[in-house]
Design a protein around this ligand. Structure first.
Ligand code: PLP
Length: 359
C-alpha cells in the first residue's frame, strides 16, 4: 500500500479495510451487504448504537451529552451552529486560526452578529492565540475555536475555560488523536474523514442543556434537536460510513485507547519535526514550535526550486499527499491515527537523504 499522507480523506487502518472487505457481501449472516440493510433493521441498529457507545467510551463522553451522526460535512456545521444558537440579541465570538475558522466565521456572519475573539492572521497563522488574549463577553451566544488547523499545521495545546460561555470546537482534524475533557465544551463537531472513518458522516457531541436553548424556527433537518430526538435516525443516515466509523472505533479501542494513540502520534510527529529542526534551515517549519500540530506537519524548503524537486521525488518514491493545501503551497505531511509509524520513519529517511543529495 502507498504511504498515504493525504490531509482528508486520509488513510484508514488496514485491518478495518480488510474486515470491511471480508464482510462486504454478507454482513454477519444477513445475506446482504451492510449498505443494503434497512436503517430500521435490528442488524443496522446494532452497528449504529455500537458506534455511539464506542465513541462515548473512547472520549469519556458524559451522560449529559448527545452523540449525533449528521451529513453535510463539517462545512454544514459552520451554518447549523449559528442557525441554532446565534439568537438575534446575542453575538458570537470566533477565534481565527486559519482558513477553516475563516469559513466558519463567514457563514455565521450571514446569520447574525459575530466578531473576532482573537486572530493570528497577521503572523500568517503560525500560532494559536494565548488563552489570556482571548476577548469575548460573558453574554455571548458562544465562543468558536478550530482545535487543529489542517492547512497551516497548528493545534491548540490547551483549551480556554470559558465559564458560562458555551465553547464550540471544530475538531475535524484532531478528534480522537488524544484524550480531551468533553466537559469543557458545549458542542464538538468533526467531519469523519480524517481520524474517524470515510467522508459522509459528521460527528456532533452536544451538551443537552445547550441543545435545549436552540432556535426552534428553522427547517427540521437543520435542527440538532430533530437528530437528537431520533437517535440520528430521523431520515436515512449514511449507513456504510457509520459502519466504517464503528470499525475504526473498535480498532482504536483495541490499540489501547486515546492515551496510547496520543503517545504514538507524539512519536510519529517527532520523527519528522526533528529532521526539520536539525536541518540547518534546509527545511523550514511553518508553525511556531509551541503550537505545532501532531496531525498536519507543514514546512517549506529553502528555495522554491528545491521544494518542487522535493515534492516530485516524494511522489516518485510512493509518498502520497505531501503537497501543501492548494491555498498556501509548501509541503504538508498528515500523520493521522491510521498512518503507521513506519510511514513516518520512511518519510524521515527520505527527507534526510534528500537533504544530503541537495545541500
Ligand atoms: N474544518 C476543518 C478543520 C477541516 O480540516 C475541514 C476539511 O478538511 C473542514 C472543516 C471541512 O470539512 P468538510 O469537508 O467535512 O465539510
Amino acid at each position: 500500500r502507498a504511504y498515504n499522507f493525504n490531509a482528508g480523506p486520509s488513510a484508514l487502518p488496514l485491518s478495518v479495510l480488510e474486515k470491511a472487505q471480508e464482510e462486504l457481501l454478507d454482513f454477519r449472516r444477513t445475506g446482504m451487504s451492510v449498505m443494503e440493510l434497512s436503517h430500521r433493521s435490528k442488524a443496522y441498529e446494532e452497528v449504529h448504537n455500537h458506534a455511539i457507545d464506542s465513541l462515548r467510551e473512547l472520549l469519556s463522553i458524559p451522560d449529559d451529552y448527545k452523540v449525533l451522526f449528521l451529513q453535510g460535512g463539517a462545512s454544514l456545521q459552520f451554518s447549523m451552529i449559528p442557525m441554532n444558537f446565534l439568537q438575534a440579541e446575542k453575538k458570537a465570538a470566533y477565534v481565527m486560526t486559519g482558513s477553516w475558522s475563516e469559513k466558519a466565521f463567514s457563514e455565521a456572519k450571514l446569520l447574525g452578529e459575530v466578531y473576532y475573539a482573537a486572530s493570528t492572521k497577521d503572523g500568517n497563522y503560525r500560532s494559536i492565540p494565548k488563552l489570556k488574549e482571548l476577548q469575548y463577553h460573558t453574554d455571548d451566544a458562544y465562543l468558536h475555536i478550530t482545535s487543529n488547523n489542517t492547512i497551516y499545521g497548528t493545534q491548540w495545546k490547551e483549551f480556554p475555560n470559558t465559564g458560562g460561555v458555551p465553547l464550540i470546537a471544530d475538531m475535524s482534524s484532531d478528534i480522537l488523536s488524544k484524550p480531551i475533557d468533553v466537559n469543557n465544551f458545549a458542542l464538538i463537531y468533526a467531519g469523519a474523514q480524517k481520524n474517524l472513518g470515510p467522508s459522509g458522516v459528521t460527528v456532533v457531541i452536544i451538551r443537552k442543556d445547550f441543545l435545549e436553548q436552540a432556535n426552534t424556527q428553522i427547517p427540521t433537518m437543520l435542527k440538532y434537536s430533530t437528530h437528537a430526538k431520533n437517535n440520528s435516525l430521523y431520515n436515512t443516515p449514511p449507513t456504510f460510513g457509520i459502519y466504517m466509523l464503528s470499525e475504526v472505533l473498535n480498532w482504536a479501542k483495541e490499540l489501547g485507547g486515546l492515551d496510547v494513540i496520543a503517545d504514538l502520534n507524539e512519536k510519529k510527529a517527532k520523527l519528522i519535526y526533528d529532521v526539520i529542526d536539525t536541518s540547518n534551515g534546509f527545511y523550514l517549519g511553518h508553525a511556531e514550535q509551541d503550537y505545532r500540530s501532531l496531525m498536519n506537519i507543514t514546512f517549506n524548503l529553502k528555495t522554491p526550486e528545491l521544494e518542487k524537486s522535493f515534492l516530485e521525488k516524494a511522489k516518485q518514491e510512493g509518498f502520497i499527499g505531501v503537497n501543501g493545501h492548494r491555498s498556501i503551497g509548501g509541503c504538508r505531511v498528515s500523520a493521522y491515527n491510521a498512518v503507521p509509524i513506519k510511514g513516518c520513519q520512511a518519510f524521515r529517511e527520505f527527507m534526510i537523504q534528500f537533504q544530503k543529495e541537495n545541500y
